[in-house]
Design a protein around this ligand. Sequence first.
Ligand code: TXA
Ligand code: MG
Length: 340
Amino acid sequence: MEILSTSARDLERAARAIREGLLVAIPTETVYGLGANAWDARALARVFEAKNRPSFDPLIIHVADPEDAGQVADLAVPQARLLMEHFWPGPLTLVLPKNDRVPDLATSGLPSVAVRCPASLVARELIRRAGVPVAAPSANPFGYLSPTRAEHVAAQLGDRIDFIVDGGRCTVGVESTVLDLCSDPPLILRPGGLPLELIAGVVPGVEVFDRATTSPRAPGQLPSHYAPTRPLFLVPAQGIPASLAEAGRLGSKPPRIAALCFGRDSAGRARACPGLDMVVDLSPDSDPVEAAAVLFDRLHELDKAGWDEIWAERLPEHGIGRAVNDRLFKASVKGVPGKN
Ligand code: TXA
Ligand code: MG
């Protein structure tokens, strides 16, 4: 594996590699993607293999310009054009009827295809130079934390892929919102970088997949995903120290505990926890956008540092806070120690 810069020369090399069927990790505004030529079924097979991803989990196809989505999907679906105009380029993936030319492997045999035009200028330039649509799942082993830096990709998949384009840290930090336009009304399958409230402003009837009442349609909806290797317990907003106290974790050692806090007076609340070994405030200004941007970064750090347990507070359930809560929920051990 070789790490490339975002210089024109390196982007040209990366683009050629993609065109020729190699695997190239690419920066986007959400997370790093593991890019492959979407027309090349062999390259797609290598993506599944490198990620250890089950073949029933379809890929997102990325295009350099909104109009290029017509190469892979039928854009005549109600609302598609409207949403593209409002939110592309950006962190919104649309699930649309697929074109025949898209290999079945990309869509896991579904009649629909997920497509997105990323906001990242590096990603768009790379895809434009490649001259083909680029299939790119997040560049992590299946089920593990998503990468928001080139180093995360190198550590997780370095020996299984050909190149990484190092575009620095991803600015949004959580994956795109996946919106199914083949459902009526349109259905958000995965909350993400584009908040529900903004989509509802354009598509008033939009619904949100409800984990409690519906079985998963996409593995991103599985209850366990995006997980660190250490057990993570999710507690209510500003639930530290109360939840730790309830679980009998205050002052009892081991386990060695790291806390991920968000919201009013995180520092003060953490000081009230004598048993805590490490406190991370996701945003000193209580800004959910900042919290999303650093979420996976902090989780990677905590995971690497080898704390016995990570305890994380929910964010308020609106805006991009929904995506952060969704990722934390999927990363979490269900249930809290000391309780059933
Ligand atoms: O921000 C993102 O979306 C990143 C960057 C790299 O663009 N990509 C990403 O890809 O998160 P991935 O593969 O990790 O997640 C794609 C999600 C999965 O939950 C998959 O099941 C769903 O999109 N998906 C893909 N095609 C679909 C389809 N035809 N119908 C329903 N869900 C689909
Ligand atoms: Mg993923």
